[in-house]
Design a protein around this ligand. Structure first.
Ligand SMILES: NC(=O)c1ccc[n+]([C@@H]2O[C@H](COP(=O)([O-])OP(=O)(O)OC[C@H]3O[C@@H](n4cnc5c(N)ncnc54)[C@H](OP(=O)(O)O)[C@@H]3O)[C@@H](O)[C@H]2O)c1
Length: 334
């Protein structure tokens, strides 16, 4: 397999056509295996994946320390190719609770100082606030990242889960490489306004939740027991009738996958990748087995007939349940 590349927006870096999201290696999907997580990052780098995504609040620094260790123990050539995208701003408490977002310029620089230390790097490739801080104009938050760019601590400004107006204001403040936002066959909210806006402004998209957190991976079953520290135990899409409805959509997708000789996860990833060269899917693989499956999506080509069949099986808006619980939906602009 040859790793293809895509460029994040008109000013961003060239990255592998698939990025590795490392969140689940530290938090939000129940316990993960540390050695396997590091082996997965190494295998991804070996396969030519150059984009690693994290957040300083994933396990309160745990994820950055993990990535730092994986980079330190990777062959130098692989380490040098790796680009790290970091989200900041989420405020946590010792019990794991969430208490809002902080996008004040002094906080931005403070968060960055700790991230550089934990990652063991001299710069962060893409830096972004995870959610808009409603108390701080985006110009101030982005302006602070732009200062970090000037000083060499950050290479590119990114955005995460913001709406069209904020994207425009941010882009008027500094060059923005990419917007990170949920996008999948069953989360298509960005298509009407956000994607046209990023395209107009030359901003790329790093799509997360491409497998809807495993829901449309083809591996998730209705009887799976989720730990209390698993986001999916609270996610509306994974509850009761919603779950059954959504798994029925997966079965419709499975028929298409079988005809294509691909897995359901590969079809779901290939679908996102096929929506435009400006989009880089992030996959949340946390084992080498899942990573290998995800990488296989890069060899799946979907033609117009395939895309039409997928659309018929899983039309826009087909999912039951919101993508976050209500309290977290309140932090989303889009
Ligand atoms: N900007 C934001 O607001 C935001 C929000 C969330 C995530 N993110 C970023 O996006 C990344 C990806 O998000 P995500 O982890 O929610 O996305 P995802 O790729 O939709 O879901 C990952 C989960 O799907 C399951 N899965 C089943 N088959 C898989 C396969 N072949 N490959 C990969 N995973 C498979 C795994 O669960 P099991 O291991 O339990 O089977 C895995 O933990 C995160 O790691 C994070 O860096 C950003």
């Amino acid at each position: 397999m040859t790793m293809h590349t895509r460029t994040l927006g008109s000013t961003g870096p060239q990255v592998s056509a698939l990025g590795l999201g490392c969140m689940g290696m530290s938090a939000l999907y129940g316990d993960a295996d540390r050695a396997e997580s590091i082996a997965t990052i190494h295998a991804a780098l070996e396969a030519g994946v150059t984009l690693l995504d994290t957040g300083d609040f994933y396990g309160m620094g745990h994820n950055e320390l993990l990535i730092g260790e994986a980079l330190r123990t990777a062959p130098a050539a692989r380490r040098e190719q790796a680009l790290v995208s970091v989200k900041f701003g989420a405020l946590r408490d010792p019990a794991g609770g969430w208490s809002g977002y902080d996008g004040r310029p002094a906080a931005v620089k403070n968060f960055a100082a700790y991230s550089l230390q934990r990652l063991g790097v001299d710069h962060i490739d893409v830096y972004r606030i995870a959610r808009l801080d409603p108390a701080v104009p985006i110009e101030e938050t982005v302006g602070a990242i732009a200062e970090l760019v000037e000083k060499g601590y950050v290479r590119h400004v990114g955005l995460s889960e913001v709406g069209a107006d904020t994207i425009r204001r941010a882009a008027a403040t500094a060059p923005v490489s990419d917007l990170q936002i949920e996008y999948s066959l069953i989360s298509r909210g960005i298509e009407d306004e956000i994607l046209p806006t990023t395209r107009e402004l030359g901003i790329g998209v790093t799509a997360y939740g491409v497998l809807s957190r495993g829901l449309i991976s083809g591996h998730f079953t209705g009887d799976r027991q989720l730990a209390a520290n698993d986001f999916r135990a609270m996610s509306p899409r994974f509850q009761g009738e919603n779950l059954q409805h959504n798994l029925n959509l997966v079965e419709a997708l499975r028929k298409i996958a079988e005809q294509k000789g691909a897995s359901v996860a590969q079809i779901a990833i290939a679908w996102v990748a096929s929506q435009g060269d400006d989009i880089v899917p992030l996959v949340g693989a946390r084992t080498r087995e899942r990573l290998t499956e995800s990488l296989g999506a890069l060899d799946v080509t979907l033609d117009a007939a395939d895309l039409a069949a997928i659309e018929e099986a899983v039309p826009a808006g087909a999912a039951a349940g919101e993508r976050y619980p209500a309290a977290q939906m309140a932090h989303l602009e889009a």
